[in-house]
Unconditional design. Structure first.
Length: 241
């Protein structure tokens, strides 16, 4: 009887551990939008994503088509960001001679300059020119290095504060979050781009690369953005690729 009781206790303990592990695993999948919580529009996951049209929202298009290809800047920013994550770049922020890492390598800031490249802008040259023109706005930079400055979140925060419209950080104001917008989060250490996908409440997904498996996700359910920008090509310094 004692052996049965001991065996029963062990079985209960193992069952309890398995349940805890299962619950933790399910929570992690939900928190980081993985597996059944990744989001789809074809019924392949428990969670589906929506678009602005599902909430009666009007999509904001840019008045600028910088590269003159017939597609507005905001649409091309979104397209460029999505192209980047479709490459599933290996997370690596190492210094690169020439500034631009290969397309299969990247970090959060690389999503941004690649998005701008799609619209025809050379963000590396734009940022370098602004640091040269307004050194007082970047007091921590004692020597410009255009091979890395444009890949730093704090530098981009200053740049977009000057050349973009700053918008609400209240994620419940769903109409204010438009594809191609830019967010900064995690105490100024992370940057991403607003997607055209949304969750069931209308909150926008974010395209970003922090080394996580799902690079287009309902990121703002677990973080509060600190900055929200909308680039203004018509007033910005634009250097072409």
């Amino acid at each position: 009887m004692e052996k049965l009781t001991t065996a029963g206790l062990k079985w209960m303990m193992l069952t309890g551990v398995a349940v805890v592990i299962g619950l933790v695993g399910a929570w992690l999948m939900w928190e980081f939008n993985l597996g059944p919580f990744a989001g789809s529009n074809d019924g392949s996951t428990l969670v589906r994503y929506y678009t602005g049209e599902d909430f009666g929202l009007t999509r904001v298009l840019s008045e600028t088509d910088f590269d003159g290809d017939g597609v507005d800047d905001y649409t091309e920013l979104l397209n460029g960001a999505r192209k980047d994550i479709e490459n599933h770049p290996r997370y690596d922020g190492s210094y690169v001679d020439g500034g631009f890492p290969p397309d299969d390598v990247g970090v959060c800031t690389d999503v941004i300059w690649r998005a701008f490249r799609e619209a025809g802008y050379n963000l590396r040259e734009m940022v370098d020119a602004d640091i040269a023109a307004r050194p007082e706005a970047y007091p921590w930079i004692t020597e410009r290095d255009k091979n890395i400055d444009f890949r730093r979140v704090n530098v981009l925060a200053v740049f977009f504060a000057e050349y973009a419209e700053e918008l609400t950080t209240d994620t419940s104001e769903i109409a204010e979050w438009q594809p191609g917008d830019i967010i900064i989060a995690e105490n100024g250490n992370h940057i991403g781009m607003v997607s055209d996908r949304r969750n069931a409440e209308g909150r926008a997904y974010i395209i970003h690369n922090g080394g996580q498996p799902n690079l287009e996700e309902d990121y703002m359910k677990r973080v509060t953005p600190e900055k929200h920008f909308r680039f203004k090509g018509e007033i910005a310094k634009g250097v072409r690729f």
